[in-house]
Design a protein around this ligand. Structure first.
Ligand code: KIV
Length: 292
């Protein structure tokens, strides 16, 4: 049976009932097919693809076109899962009209259901403008990778009472600006709990503890495909790198030993055609013909 795509309304109901939201990043078509089949509630085409897929050191170099191409592919693989496009660095920070334009591209060109952007009080004008254009917004506060240099690196946030209070103010401002969701990244669970209880919108967490309304993980972290850097909040559910390496090495070995391909991997000629070709090759010196 075809899966029914969840709506914003469904996610609000899940929060009310205490039903947790499952959330994962996704960057390509084959993974999207599997994510939809597994039954995730929502998918994020995160700008973390800059690190996981393109091998950049951070998310800053990612541009809008890249995000749209990946979001389109994910949408084709997961047509019935709530899909969020992540606004890359400088696609929304400069001007509200540019923010609306770029947010609109995720909806019009890639078929996303919502967009996500980083920042609290300092981006409320952009959130308001995007929401006014009729687009669903997910805010993102705490460790915000696009401004990680300002934050002193990829570090947990809200670990002092003062900084936790600033986060709580940011969360309230994001909800007030009209966002339908907020994502909290790398903050202590107590702070995640206060925000989750204080807001009426669903609160998703990545490294924000067990009290959030839902949990996000980066797909490459979960599957064991990205091991250059593993934040504390990651739980690895598989070691696919080992399995891929094993398969690659076995393939190389079989090619070298002429053990691959075998009969079952080859195509047969039509009845009588091989004999015909043999005769033709005997009758003409084909190499000589090419010399002419
Ligand atoms: O880009 C992304 O995947 C994100 C997560 C790190 C929250 O924004």
């Amino acid at each position: 049976m075809k899966k029914k795509k969840k709506s914003v309304f469904d996610f609000f109901e899940m929060k009310k009932k205490g039903e947790k939201i499952s959330f994962i990043t996704c960057y390509d078509y084959p993974t999207a097919l599997l994510a939809e089949e597994a039954g995730f509630d929502m998918l994020l085409v995160g700008d973390s693809l800059g690190m996981c897929v393109y091998g950049y050191e951070g998310t800053v170099p990612v541009v809008m076109d890249q995000m749209i191409w990946h979001a389109e592919a994910v949408r084709r693989g997961a047509p019935n899962t709530f899909l969020i496009g992540d606004m890359p660095f400088l696609s929304y920070q400069k001007r509200w009209d540019e923010a609306v334009e770029n947010a609109g591209r995720f909806i019009k060109e890639a078929g996303c259901d919502a967009i996500k952007l980083e920042g609290g009080r300092r981006v409320v004008d952009k959130i308001k403008a995007i929401v006014d254009a009729g687009i669903v917004v997910m805010g993102h506060i705490g460790l915000t990778p696009q401004s990680s240099v300002q934050l002193g690196g990829f570090k947990a946030q809200g670990r002092t009472a003062e900084s936790a209070l600033e986060l709580i103010k940011d969360a309230i401002a994001v909800e007030k600006a009209g966002a339908s969701f907020i994502l909290l990244e790398a903050i202590p669970p107590q702070v995640g709990k206060v925000i989750t209880e204080m807001l009426s919108i669903p609160v998703l967490g990545i490294g924000a503890g067990m009290y959030c309304d839902g949990q996000l993980l980066i797909v490459h972290d979960l599957l064991g495909l990205f091991k250059a850097f593993t934040p504390k909040f990651v739980k690895r559910y598989a070691d696919l790198d080992k399995e891929i390496l094993r398969a690659f090495k076995e393939y190389i070995k079989e090619v070298k030993e002429s053990a691959f391909p075998q009969e079952q991997h080859t195509y047969t000629m039509l009845e009588g055609e091989w004999e015909k070709l043999e005769k033709m090759l005997k009758e003409t010196d084909i190499k000589e013909e090419f010399k002419k």
